[in-house]
Structure formats: structure tokens, C-alpha cells
Design a binder for this molecule. Sequence first.
Ligand SMILES: Cc1ncc(COP(=O)(O)O)c(C=O)c1O
Length: 443
Amino acid sequence: MTGPHLRTALPGPNAQAIIARDARVVSPSYTRDYPLVMARGEGALVEDVDGNVFLDCTAGIAVTATGHSHPDVVQAIVDQVRKFIHMSGTDFYYEPQVRLGEELSAIAPMPGPHRSFFANSGTEANEAAIKLARYYTKRQGIIAFFVAFHGRTMGSLSLTASKLTQRRGFAPLVPGTYHAPYANCYRCPLGLDPKSCAAECLRFVEEQLLIHLVAPEEVAAIVVEPIQGEGGYVVPPAVFLHRLREITKQHGMLLVVDEVQSGMGRTGKWFAIEHAGVEPDVVTMAKGIASGLPLGVVTARSEVISWPPGTHASTFGGNPVSCAASLATLKLLREQLITNAETVGAHMMAAATALMDKHRLIGDVRGRGLMIGIELVRDRTTKERATTERDAVVRECFARGLLVLGAGQNAIRLCPPLVLTTAQADIAIGILDQALDAVGGKT
Ligand SMILES: Cc1ncc(COP(=O)(O)O)c(C=O)c1O
């Protein structure tokens, strides 16, 4: 089977029963856009507890890079579990963590030697990067960007400036964090034409932030997503990342790239920053790195990541089972899936762009590889955000057997497993077309 197959009305009876139990015992802070209750998955297909099969263009929020339960990843996990499950790489040694450090060093987007710190999630990786930047530079300030998402623990949350619900009620956050406009050229904060612009939005950093608010020598790092993920799959021009590199170099700050969502082959290269040809000081990773087992990593030049024993550690970080899953994942990415992300991604992007001729609701299609954002607007001239329409399209896709997620206020993101075939990409775009028809945005 390559595509969806629905057997019941959604949600089916088994799904309904589980959702009712969930409402009683699970934190209501989670954001479920539609009632999918998963029973099993294979490749880019997901089966729910009522036997309905869906085509997955979410990969569990850009995580299951190798597809659901890839046999090589499963085998690597089983082999490791049989040997030992945990020993804490903080206090003891084991080879899978070392080998992963070596492999990450081989693919890191800046010259080595490198060292890696192992955590359990994206937010923990960013938390470690913030601490590392402060420790290494002996400075406090961190600059991040509006609409950025870096996680939800206190340090990362202080950098996150995406949705108010994520910050409201949690103040005070970590002091010394500052935000600047991101280069969202579709909605240029300065109203400029991207073709003739040299990332003028960064003048805010140089001529406002670093003049009026914080001295450059007090800023430890600039933290940036090379493609904004949760913010709407916003691709900045290369010049924006180049200028960030220049500013950080000029003032002795670290450039930290958060590749939690954009990394691990999703964009057709190991890391999205490589498309711009910029070499950062620090890279943070998680999500797709271990095909679904929890793992977050900070990789930096060895000279930067030279903090002494006891300064930072994690009981579970770099768990041997996660490391084994990651090693199997990297092998699959290297041998086939990064190339697949590039070719199927280009095909899918072209097909999504072609939908613009038919659906005036689509204001912009952008992305790289299998990281594709489709921004919906009520009017292409005013670019009024089609927020309720976006939510409706996401639900209409679900009703037709396609799993997609929103990103930002009014974009749909396509972040399928990197095993997606061209035929499956066509099925996904076909269903999206129908969902857009159903929401009534026909030209
Ligand atoms: C760019 C980016 N950084 C950090 C995070 C946080 O990752 P986690 O949810 O694993 O803590 C996310 C999650 O969406 C992300 O997209």
C-alpha cells in the first residue's frame, strides 16, 4: 500500500475511547489538531487503532527521518537493548556514544576537530548551547529572532518568540536575551525587495540592539534557525546568514545554529546552514537524528566545547539505545535518504507551487528538500493571514487520510519521513488540492 485507506468515520470507535481516557489523565497543554490515535507505522504510512491508514507528512513533527520503524533502525535498537540499555555516558564510557561523536564530527558543517555534548531533546540541546556560549565567552547576552522556536525549558523558552501561549504565564524568563527581526522576505519587516536587499533587517542588530540595548562585548552568542521551523518554514536569503557570521566574528560572539528541525538531511543536505555556505561555531540537533528515540546533541569546535568535568551533564543524555538508533539513521541518510529528500522534495515543491494557479488561498510556497511550507492568505496583495482557513485545511486533509501540521500562524508544513516516494508525494499534493477545494479557496 502506498497511500491512505479509511475504513471508519474519523475518529473511529477505538480512537474515541482512547481520546476520552486521555482527556482525564494527560496534560491538557498538548496541542492536538485532529484525533489521530496511532497503532502502528511503516515507512510513510500510519495505521490508527481502527485500522485506518494515513499518509504521514508530519513524521511525528519532523522526527522519523527514516520512516516509521525502519527495519535497520529497529534491528540496531534491538541489538543494543540486548547488550545493555543504560549506563549513563556522563559517568561511564560506551562505544556507541563515542562512535556517534566521531560520525557527527565527520558531517559537522564547520572545520574540526569537534566535540559533542549529548542530551535528550531539542530544548536540552539548546539549553546546553546557551550554557556553553556563556561559559566559553564569559559573557551573558544572547540574541535570537522574532518568531523563532528553540524549545520550552526556561533558557530555550527565553529565546523562543513564536506563540504567546508558549511564554504567557511563565515570566520572568532568563535575563539578557534579545530579539531581532528574522529575514522573512515574504513579509519583509522593512518592506524591501529581497532581490536588491542585503539583509537590511540585520541593521536592527547593528544599529539598534548593539548600540542602545546591549554592548557587543556582553553578548555571548547569536542563536538562529537556518530555516525557521515552527515559525512557518521561513527560508531566509543566504546573505542573512552570511551577515550574521560577519557580525558574530567581528564582536567575538558565537554563532549557534539550531538545526533541530532543519538538520539531519531533511533539506537535501546534512544541515540547512550548508545551503548558505556559512560555517557556524555551534550546531544543535535533535528530532530526526535518531528516527524517534530521544536524543539531542550539541556539536562545536573542540576549542569551544572545552568545559571541565562537572560543568554540564545529563543522566540519560546520549543513551546507548538512542545512539545505536542514531548510527543506523545516519547510515541510511548517507546512503540514500538525503538524496531522496532532495529529489522527492524538489518534485513535491514544484507540485505544491503549481497549486497556486488553482487556489488563491496559497500566498507562498517555500522550503528546501522535504521541508516545505505553504502559507495561506485571504488576499495575495494584503497578505492577510488565513488562520482559520489553514486550520480547516489541516482538518480536511486528515479527513481524507493525509497527516499534515500547521506552522506559524497560517502556514501548512510538509515534513514527511525522508523515505517518501514520488508517488506518495503526488498523493499528498492531490489530497491537499482537494482539501483546499473543500475550504473554498478556489481561484
Ligand atoms: C528549531 C527547533 N529547536 C528546538 C525545538 C525543541 O525541540 P524539543 O521539542 O525536542 O525540545 C524544536 C521543536 O520543534 C525546534 O523546531
